[in-house]
Design a protein around this ligand. Structure first.
Ligand SMILES: [Zn+2]
Length: 506
């Protein structure tokens, strides 16, 4: 006799068949997340933003029963069951690196479902400032949270053991309060958190000492703590402007000792109650570099003078062949590798420069992997008069071609521009002279520098020329000519940048 399933058995089978689908349809909570979906530290006044995807028409809450709003389908491309919530953190709130609780409620009390965010959130108490110290030789601040292949736009490097007041965190960057209405971001890996209980760093500025030794001019400003700072090297007239955050003037005199050769009429402004600005005019139109750091708690700004003789035979030139080793760089469709081309061109450039009597210091001389950070540190140590970084460009479009040069700081634009103008003489198309370029080796302020993207390896015509040793030689000659033009222009300009600031004689 055939087995005839009873009605109840058939119902059970039907239920089991449909169950996965029913469960899916019935999921009260599908996903929950903070927006952005990364760990965060928030301070009073900041917004905690959250999102939940679930079943439409529910009463949904987050944190401590705060209601979330189901978005109208017009805001979600027709998708239903998307809930969002915003909470402005209040001074009395506490939350210590916890995931955020989400609940679907019935009758406002019974939780039908709950879930936690994957990311964790901390509410900072303004009564217990979170401080940190910069660490390492390459600590830096970013303007914002942007990220691309060049990293976030950098505000500048900081010395080690600089005290930072952290007011937030998003993902792997801390927000730094610099001054009233001024903030920056710092990557987690370049700071060490301090235990709670410290005071927000501030300082009165002491009286300055301005001096010069056989190599450099110096400005020293005594402070009570290693405060963060930012600097800008400006042109027309040439001057270095340094803002010290958290500092208020008690500078009652500026002693100018003997030996000063590059610094002009140094002075300061209190641009806002907690921002102390040093204004350091330079005597020459072309700035040759500077560095900022601390000796104890004294801020020390070291300004380089122009080379004694503006001739290649008196110069030390840093030369950087981009990429190398496991870092191949751009590769063309036919297999040309950037690291091979940059080394070949750099080696030819080295010979050309040395023939003119220049001293050349390379970041790599073989097919070696060298981190860009190590290259920056090496050059900081070797202290060249100029740095040239050689690269090969690449584009997703094979039609894009041409030569280009890059600089970060306007004061170093003349070097990049002089080289660009010479490179155009090779017959390569012009791709441009590009400023504010956020490349590691364009970041140092210690010497004028230029990044040279010789030509596009992704363009067949450029690629053919890049691989031709005779053309590589031509590139090297033109780059050398560019440096010579830069020096020639400097010989002609001389002290003009300084004289422009002097009152016109009657
Ligand atoms: Zn490159």
């Amino acid at each position: 006799m055939a087995y005839v399933p009873s009605f109840s058995t058939r119902l059970l089978v039907l239920l089991l068949t449909l169950l996965p689908g029913l469960l899916r349809a019935q999921a009260l909570i599908e996903t929950v997340e903070t927006v952005p979906a990364v760990n965060q530290w928030l301070q009073p006044g900041d917004r905690l933003q959250v999102r939940l995807k679930g079943r439409p028409g529910q009463r949904v809450t987050f944190l401590k029963g705060l209601p979330m709003t189901e978005l109208a389908p017009t805001l979600t491309k027709g998708q239903r069951g998307i809930y969002q919530g915003t909470y402005v953190v209040q001074p009395s709130d506490t939350l210590n690196n916890r995931p955020i609780l989400f609940q679907v409620l019935r009758n406002d009390t019974v939780a039908l479902a709950s879930a936690f965010s994957r990311s964790r959130v901390r509410f900072l108490s303004p009564n217990t400032p979170q401080l940190a110290l910069t660490k390492g030789q390459l600590a830096y601040l970013n303007y914002g949270l942007g990220e691309d292949r060049l990293g976030g736009a950098k505000l500048g490097y900081l010395d080690s053991a600089v005290v930072l007041h952290l007011t937030g965190m998003v993902g792997n960057q801390y927000r730094v309060r610099l001054a009233e209405n001024q903030q920056a971001w710092v990557p987690q890996e370049v700071v060490r958190l301090l235990p709670p209980g410290g005071f927000v760093p501030t300082s009165l500025t002491g009286s300055w000492s301005v001096s010069g030794d056989s190599l450099y001019d110096y400005v020293q400003v005594p402070l009570d703590a290693r405060l963060p700072y930012r600097s800008q090297l400006l042109t027309n007239p040439t001057r270095l402007v340094v803002d010290v955050f958290g500092a208020t003037s008690n500078t009652n005199w500026i002693t100018q000792r003997t030996g000063i050769r590059e610094l002009g009429d140094v002075h300061y402004e209190q641009v806002q109650p907690d921002v102390f600005r040093l204004v350091l005019p330079l005597r020459h139109a072309q700035a040759w570099g500077y560095s900022i750091g601390y000796r104890g708690n004294n801020l020390v700004i070291r300004v380089k003078r122009p080379p004694a003789r503006l001739r290649l035979q008196s110069l030390t030139i840093g030369l950087d062949a981009g990429h190398g080793g496991t870092n191949v760089g751009a590769t063309s469709a036919s297999g040309s590798q950037e690291k091979v081309l940059t080394l070949a061109i750099a080696q030819k450039l080295r010979q050309v420069l040395e023939k003119e009597g220049a001293r050349v210091l390379m970041t790599r001389e073989t097919d070696l992997s060298v981190e860009n950070g190590s290259r920056v540190l090496l050059m900081r140590q070797l202290n060249p008069d100029l740095l040239l970084s050689i690269h090969v460009n690449s584009s997703g479009s094979a039609a894009v071609q041409g030569t280009s040069t890059y600089y970060r700081y306007v004061a170093y634009r003349p070097l990049a521009l002089a080289i660009y103008n010479e490179l155009l003489k090779t017959g390569l198309k012009g791709f441009g002279n590009v400023g504010s370029f956020n490349f590691n080796l364009s970041g140092p302020t210690e010497y004028p520098n230029a990044l040279i993207e010789t030509a596009f390896v992704s363009n067949p015509e450029d690629e053919k020329r890049l691989n031709d040793p005779a053309f590589q030689q031509q590139l090297a000659e033109r780059i050398k000519d560019g440096v010579e033009e830069f020096l020639k222009a400097n010989r002609a300009k001389g002290l003009r940048g300084w004289l422009q600031q002097e009152p016109a004689p009657n």
